[in-house]
Write a protein that binds this ligand. Structure first.
Ligand code: SD4
Length: 343
Protein backbone atom coordinates (compact mmCIF):
# COMPACT_ATOMS: atom_id res chain seq x y z
CA UNK A 1 0.00 0.00 0.00
CA UNK A 2 1.34 3.44 -0.92
CA UNK A 3 1.52 6.05 1.78
CA UNK A 4 -0.94 8.27 -0.09
CA UNK A 5 -3.46 5.40 -0.22
CA UNK A 6 -2.84 4.65 3.38
CA UNK A 7 -3.41 8.25 4.39
CA UNK A 8 -6.64 8.23 2.47
CA UNK A 9 -7.78 5.30 4.57
CA UNK A 10 -7.05 7.40 7.62
CA UNK A 11 -9.20 10.16 6.20
CA UNK A 12 -6.13 12.35 5.65
CA UNK A 13 -6.56 12.60 1.90
CA UNK A 14 -5.13 15.95 0.87
CA UNK A 15 -3.27 16.21 4.14
CA UNK A 16 -1.03 13.35 3.11
CA UNK A 17 1.56 15.66 1.65
CA UNK A 18 1.72 17.55 4.91
CA UNK A 19 3.51 14.72 6.62
CA UNK A 20 6.97 15.29 5.24
CA UNK A 21 7.97 18.93 5.00
CA UNK A 22 8.82 21.36 7.76
CA UNK A 23 6.53 24.10 6.48
CA UNK A 24 3.81 21.56 6.20
CA UNK A 25 4.14 20.68 9.87
CA UNK A 26 3.19 24.22 10.81
CA UNK A 27 0.16 24.10 8.52
CA UNK A 28 -0.79 20.74 9.91
CA UNK A 29 -0.51 22.09 13.42
CA UNK A 30 -2.73 25.04 12.53
CA UNK A 31 -5.27 22.69 11.08
CA UNK A 32 -5.15 20.53 14.15
CA UNK A 33 -5.41 23.56 16.41
CA UNK A 34 -8.32 24.98 14.49
CA UNK A 35 -10.03 21.62 14.39
CA UNK A 36 -9.66 21.24 18.14
CA UNK A 37 -10.80 24.76 18.90
CA UNK A 38 -13.91 24.32 16.81
CA UNK A 39 -14.53 20.90 18.26
CA UNK A 40 -14.24 19.50 14.76
CA UNK A 41 -12.63 16.21 13.85
CA UNK A 42 -8.84 16.45 13.94
CA UNK A 43 -6.95 15.68 10.74
CA UNK A 44 -5.44 12.46 12.07
CA UNK A 45 -8.80 11.03 13.04
CA UNK A 46 -9.60 7.66 11.62
CA UNK A 47 -12.95 7.35 9.96
CA UNK A 48 -13.25 3.67 10.75
CA UNK A 49 -13.06 1.49 13.79
CA UNK A 50 -9.47 1.25 15.00
CA UNK A 51 -7.64 -1.96 15.61
CA UNK A 52 -6.11 -4.23 15.21
CA UNK A 53 -3.12 -2.10 14.41
CA UNK A 54 0.47 -1.63 15.45
CA UNK A 55 3.21 0.95 15.12
CA UNK A 56 6.92 0.54 15.75
CA UNK A 57 10.06 2.62 15.62
CA UNK A 58 12.39 2.50 12.63
CA UNK A 59 11.97 0.59 9.37
CA UNK A 60 12.78 -2.78 10.93
CA UNK A 61 9.41 -2.51 12.62
CA UNK A 62 7.87 -3.32 9.24
CA UNK A 63 8.30 -7.00 10.08
CA UNK A 64 7.48 -6.76 13.75
CA UNK A 65 4.32 -4.70 13.27
CA UNK A 66 3.15 -6.93 10.45
CA UNK A 67 3.59 -10.00 12.63
CA UNK A 68 1.69 -8.32 15.47
CA UNK A 69 -1.11 -7.28 13.14
CA UNK A 70 -1.47 -10.75 11.69
CA UNK A 71 -1.79 -12.47 15.06
CA UNK A 72 -4.23 -9.84 16.30
CA UNK A 73 -6.36 -10.46 13.21
CA UNK A 74 -6.49 -14.07 14.34
CA UNK A 75 -7.63 -13.02 17.79
CA UNK A 76 -4.44 -12.44 19.75
CA UNK A 77 -4.57 -9.73 22.36
CA UNK A 78 -2.43 -6.61 22.18
CA UNK A 79 0.05 -7.77 24.81
CA UNK A 80 0.78 -11.13 23.20
CA UNK A 81 1.01 -9.46 19.82
CA UNK A 82 3.49 -6.79 20.83
CA UNK A 83 5.73 -9.32 22.55
CA UNK A 84 5.61 -11.61 19.54
CA UNK A 85 6.49 -8.70 17.26
CA UNK A 86 9.54 -7.36 19.06
CA UNK A 87 10.91 -10.87 19.59
CA UNK A 88 11.49 -11.10 15.85
CA UNK A 89 13.86 -8.19 16.12
CA UNK A 90 15.54 -9.47 19.29
CA UNK A 91 16.29 -12.80 17.62
CA UNK A 92 17.82 -11.26 14.49
CA UNK A 93 21.63 -11.05 14.83
CA UNK A 94 21.74 -8.55 11.94
CA UNK A 95 19.92 -5.96 14.04
CA UNK A 96 22.82 -4.57 15.95
CA UNK A 97 21.05 -2.52 18.55
CA UNK A 98 18.47 -4.97 19.83
CA UNK A 99 18.79 -8.43 21.38
CA UNK A 100 21.15 -10.97 19.85
CA UNK A 101 23.90 -9.15 17.96
CA UNK A 102 23.44 -5.92 19.90
CA UNK A 103 26.53 -3.77 20.22
CA UNK A 104 28.39 -4.19 23.49
CA UNK A 105 29.30 -1.69 26.14
CA UNK A 106 32.83 -0.35 26.34
CA UNK A 107 33.91 -3.45 28.28
CA UNK A 108 32.72 -5.70 25.46
CA UNK A 109 29.62 -6.89 27.29
CA UNK A 110 26.21 -6.90 25.60
CA UNK A 111 23.68 -5.69 28.14
CA UNK A 112 20.02 -5.43 27.20
CA UNK A 113 17.16 -3.25 28.46
CA UNK A 114 13.44 -3.84 27.96
CA UNK A 115 10.05 -3.04 29.38
CA UNK A 116 6.47 -3.98 28.67
CA UNK A 117 3.12 -2.51 29.70
CA UNK A 118 -0.52 -3.39 29.14
CA UNK A 119 -3.75 -1.41 29.06
CA UNK A 120 -4.46 -2.10 32.73
CA UNK A 121 -1.22 -0.61 33.98
CA UNK A 122 0.61 -3.90 34.48
CA UNK A 123 4.32 -3.32 34.00
CA UNK A 124 7.55 -5.29 33.88
CA UNK A 125 11.10 -4.33 33.13
CA UNK A 126 14.68 -5.59 33.02
CA UNK A 127 17.82 -3.51 32.67
CA UNK A 128 21.48 -4.24 32.01
CA UNK A 129 20.62 -7.89 31.53
CA UNK A 130 23.20 -10.23 29.99
CA UNK A 131 22.98 -13.55 28.15
CA UNK A 132 19.24 -13.44 27.46
CA UNK A 133 17.98 -12.78 23.93
CA UNK A 134 14.31 -12.22 24.67
CA UNK A 135 14.41 -9.56 27.32
CA UNK A 136 10.92 -8.50 26.26
CA UNK A 137 9.62 -11.86 27.45
CA UNK A 138 11.77 -11.60 30.55
CA UNK A 139 10.23 -8.20 31.30
CA UNK A 140 6.82 -9.81 30.89
CA UNK A 141 7.86 -12.58 33.27
CA UNK A 142 8.86 -9.93 35.83
CA UNK A 143 5.41 -8.41 35.32
CA UNK A 144 3.49 -11.65 35.67
CA UNK A 145 5.57 -13.83 37.97
CA UNK A 146 7.14 -11.54 40.55
CA UNK A 147 5.90 -9.06 43.13
CA UNK A 148 8.22 -6.46 41.54
CA UNK A 149 8.26 -4.40 38.37
CA UNK A 150 11.96 -4.17 37.57
CA UNK A 151 15.01 -6.43 37.86
CA UNK A 152 18.51 -5.33 36.86
CA UNK A 153 21.92 -6.78 36.07
CA UNK A 154 22.80 -10.12 37.65
CA UNK A 155 19.41 -10.29 39.35
CA UNK A 156 17.66 -10.12 35.98
CA UNK A 157 19.92 -12.81 34.52
CA UNK A 158 19.48 -15.00 37.59
CA UNK A 159 15.70 -14.68 37.33
CA UNK A 160 15.88 -15.59 33.64
CA UNK A 161 17.90 -18.68 34.45
CA UNK A 162 15.43 -19.72 37.14
CA UNK A 163 12.56 -19.22 34.72
CA UNK A 164 14.20 -21.45 32.12
CA UNK A 165 15.22 -18.78 29.63
CA UNK A 166 18.09 -20.04 27.47
CA UNK A 167 21.46 -18.46 28.28
CA UNK A 168 23.69 -17.53 25.39
CA UNK A 169 26.49 -15.28 24.26
CA UNK A 170 24.90 -12.23 22.62
CA UNK A 171 28.09 -10.81 21.13
CA UNK A 172 28.32 -11.60 17.41
CA UNK A 173 31.55 -11.32 15.45
CA UNK A 174 30.55 -8.10 13.64
CA UNK A 175 29.68 -6.29 16.85
CA UNK A 176 32.88 -7.52 18.48
CA UNK A 177 34.91 -6.22 15.53
CA UNK A 178 33.19 -2.82 15.77
CA UNK A 179 33.88 -2.67 19.47
CA UNK A 180 37.58 -3.46 18.93
CA UNK A 181 37.75 -0.72 16.32
CA UNK A 182 36.02 1.65 18.73
CA UNK A 183 38.62 0.79 21.41
CA UNK A 184 41.37 2.22 19.20
CA UNK A 185 40.10 5.73 19.95
CA UNK A 186 37.60 5.04 22.73
CA UNK A 187 35.66 8.17 21.87
CA UNK A 188 32.06 8.20 22.98
CA UNK A 189 30.19 10.04 20.25
CA UNK A 190 26.70 8.79 19.51
CA UNK A 191 25.91 9.28 15.83
CA UNK A 192 22.30 10.17 15.20
CA UNK A 193 20.32 7.73 13.09
CA UNK A 194 23.38 5.68 12.32
CA UNK A 195 24.81 3.40 14.89
CA UNK A 196 23.33 4.13 18.24
CA UNK A 197 19.66 4.77 17.68
CA UNK A 198 17.76 1.70 16.70
CA UNK A 199 15.77 0.66 19.69
CA UNK A 200 12.51 -0.97 18.87
CA UNK A 201 9.53 0.54 20.62
CA UNK A 202 6.27 -0.99 19.48
CA UNK A 203 2.64 -0.27 20.33
CA UNK A 204 -0.39 -2.42 19.59
CA UNK A 205 -4.13 -1.88 19.66
CA UNK A 206 -6.20 -5.03 19.35
CA UNK A 207 -9.68 -5.56 17.99
CA UNK A 208 -11.15 -5.08 21.46
CA UNK A 209 -9.49 -1.71 21.91
CA UNK A 210 -6.81 -2.98 24.31
CA UNK A 211 -3.47 -1.23 24.08
CA UNK A 212 -0.02 -2.62 24.88
CA UNK A 213 3.56 -1.57 24.34
CA UNK A 214 7.06 -2.94 24.54
CA UNK A 215 10.47 -1.36 24.18
CA UNK A 216 13.67 -3.42 23.81
CA UNK A 217 17.26 -2.46 23.07
CA UNK A 218 20.94 -3.05 23.65
CA UNK A 219 21.09 0.67 24.40
CA UNK A 220 23.78 3.08 23.38
CA UNK A 221 26.70 1.33 21.74
CA UNK A 222 29.90 1.41 23.78
CA UNK A 223 28.12 2.87 26.80
CA UNK A 224 29.72 2.64 30.23
CA UNK A 225 29.16 -0.73 31.83
CA UNK A 226 26.05 -0.45 33.98
CA UNK A 227 24.57 2.45 32.04
CA UNK A 228 20.81 2.21 31.73
CA UNK A 229 18.88 4.22 29.17
CA UNK A 230 15.26 5.17 28.87
CA UNK A 231 14.07 1.98 27.18
CA UNK A 232 13.43 -0.14 30.31
CA UNK A 233 12.07 2.78 32.30
CA UNK A 234 8.29 2.95 32.38
CA UNK A 235 7.27 6.53 31.66
CA UNK A 236 10.49 7.32 29.82
CA UNK A 237 10.89 4.73 27.04
CA UNK A 238 7.28 3.54 27.13
CA UNK A 239 3.93 4.39 28.62
CA UNK A 240 0.45 3.01 28.09
CA UNK A 241 -2.81 4.39 29.41
CA UNK A 242 -5.55 1.99 28.37
CA UNK A 243 -8.17 4.73 28.31
CA UNK A 244 -6.11 7.24 26.36
CA UNK A 245 -3.20 6.00 24.29
CA UNK A 246 0.40 4.85 24.33
CA UNK A 247 3.79 6.23 23.43
CA UNK A 248 7.33 4.99 23.09
CA UNK A 249 10.69 6.60 22.49
CA UNK A 250 13.92 6.01 20.66
CA UNK A 251 17.19 7.87 20.59
CA UNK A 252 19.29 9.53 23.23
CA UNK A 253 17.93 7.91 26.37
CA UNK A 254 19.38 10.36 28.85
CA UNK A 255 17.29 13.12 27.32
CA UNK A 256 14.15 11.01 27.29
CA UNK A 257 14.60 10.14 30.96
CA UNK A 258 15.20 13.81 31.80
CA UNK A 259 11.80 14.72 30.40
CA UNK A 260 9.91 11.50 31.28
CA UNK A 261 9.19 11.52 27.57
CA UNK A 262 6.64 8.80 26.90
CA UNK A 263 4.55 9.64 29.95
CA UNK A 264 4.62 13.26 28.83
CA UNK A 265 3.25 12.26 25.41
CA UNK A 266 0.41 10.24 26.93
CA UNK A 267 -0.49 12.96 29.42
CA UNK A 268 -0.66 15.43 26.53
CA UNK A 269 -3.02 13.09 24.69
CA UNK A 270 -5.12 12.80 27.83
CA UNK A 271 -5.34 16.59 27.86
CA UNK A 272 -6.77 16.53 24.35
CA UNK A 273 -3.75 16.68 22.07
CA UNK A 274 -3.61 14.39 19.06
CA UNK A 275 -0.82 11.77 19.07
CA UNK A 276 1.06 13.89 16.55
CA UNK A 277 0.76 17.08 18.59
CA UNK A 278 1.73 15.21 21.75
CA UNK A 279 4.91 13.80 20.18
CA UNK A 280 5.83 17.25 18.90
CA UNK A 281 5.36 18.78 22.35
CA UNK A 282 7.66 16.19 23.93
CA UNK A 283 10.43 16.82 21.40
CA UNK A 284 10.07 20.57 21.91
CA UNK A 285 10.46 20.11 25.65
CA UNK A 286 13.67 18.14 25.14
CA UNK A 287 14.96 20.81 22.81
CA UNK A 288 14.04 23.54 25.29
CA UNK A 289 16.05 21.84 28.02
CA UNK A 290 19.04 21.43 25.71
CA UNK A 291 18.96 25.14 25.00
CA UNK A 292 18.45 26.04 28.65
CA UNK A 293 21.43 23.92 29.65
CA UNK A 294 23.60 25.32 26.87
CA UNK A 295 24.27 21.85 25.44
CA UNK A 296 25.22 21.04 21.84
CA UNK A 297 21.75 19.75 21.31
CA UNK A 298 21.84 19.40 17.53
CA UNK A 299 24.22 16.49 17.71
CA UNK A 300 21.83 13.82 18.81
CA UNK A 301 18.52 12.23 17.90
CA UNK A 302 15.31 11.56 19.79
CA UNK A 303 12.07 10.27 18.33
CA UNK A 304 8.63 9.49 19.71
CA UNK A 305 5.73 7.58 18.28
CA UNK A 306 2.24 7.48 19.75
CA UNK A 307 -1.13 5.93 19.14
CA UNK A 308 -4.43 6.66 20.85
CA UNK A 309 -7.41 4.45 21.56
CA UNK A 310 -9.18 5.95 18.56
CA UNK A 311 -6.44 4.56 16.33
CA UNK A 312 -4.83 7.89 15.51
CA UNK A 313 -1.04 7.80 15.27
CA UNK A 314 1.79 10.29 15.40
CA UNK A 315 5.54 10.42 15.20
CA UNK A 316 8.06 13.20 15.56
CA UNK A 317 11.82 13.55 16.00
CA UNK A 318 14.42 16.10 16.93
CA UNK A 319 16.26 15.68 13.64
CA UNK A 320 15.43 14.28 10.20
CA UNK A 321 15.95 10.61 9.54
CA UNK A 322 13.48 9.01 11.91
CA UNK A 323 10.78 6.79 10.50
CA UNK A 324 8.28 4.33 11.86
CA UNK A 325 6.14 1.49 10.65
CA UNK A 326 2.38 1.38 10.82
CA UNK A 327 0.54 -1.88 10.25
CA UNK A 328 -3.18 -1.73 9.77
CA UNK A 329 -5.75 -3.32 7.49
CA UNK A 330 -3.93 -5.16 4.74
CA UNK A 331 -0.65 -3.35 4.78
CA UNK A 332 2.37 -1.96 6.51
CA UNK A 333 3.56 1.52 5.74
CA UNK A 334 6.86 3.14 6.63
CA UNK A 335 6.14 6.74 7.59
CA UNK A 336 8.85 9.35 7.65
CA UNK A 337 8.49 11.46 10.76
CA UNK A 338 8.77 15.19 10.69
CA UNK A 339 11.44 16.79 12.82
CA UNK A 340 11.95 19.93 14.84
CA UNK A 341 15.34 20.68 13.28
CA UNK A 342 16.16 20.64 9.60
CA UNK A 343 19.43 18.73 9.85
C1 SD4 B 1 19.02 4.20 24.90
N1 SD4 B 1 17.03 4.92 23.83
O1 SD4 B 1 19.58 3.27 25.42
C2 SD4 B 1 18.05 3.93 23.79
C3 SD4 B 1 18.80 3.89 22.51
C4 SD4 B 1 17.93 3.98 21.33
O2 SD4 B 1 17.46 3.82 19.16
O3 SD4 B 1 16.79 4.33 21.39
N2 SD4 B 1 18.34 3.68 20.20
O4 SD4 B 1 19.24 5.37 25.19
Amino acid sequence: MKRSDFLKTLGLGALGSLITTGAAVARNQQLVARGSAAGAQQPEASSRAPGPMSIGTWPFAEHTTRAALEVMKKGANALDAVELGVKICEADPRERSVGLGGRPDRDGRVTLDACIMDHLGNIGSVAACEQVVHVSSLARAVMERTPHVMLVGDGATQFAREQGFPMQNLLVAESEAEWKKWLEKSEYKPIPNIENHDTIGQLTLDAHGRLAGCCTTSGMAFKMHGRVGDSPIIGAGLYVDGEVGAATATGHGEEVIRTVGSFRVVVAMKAGKSPQQACEDAVREIHKLFVRRGKPWADTQIGFIAMDVQGRVGGFALRPGFSFALAQGDGVEILEANSLLNA
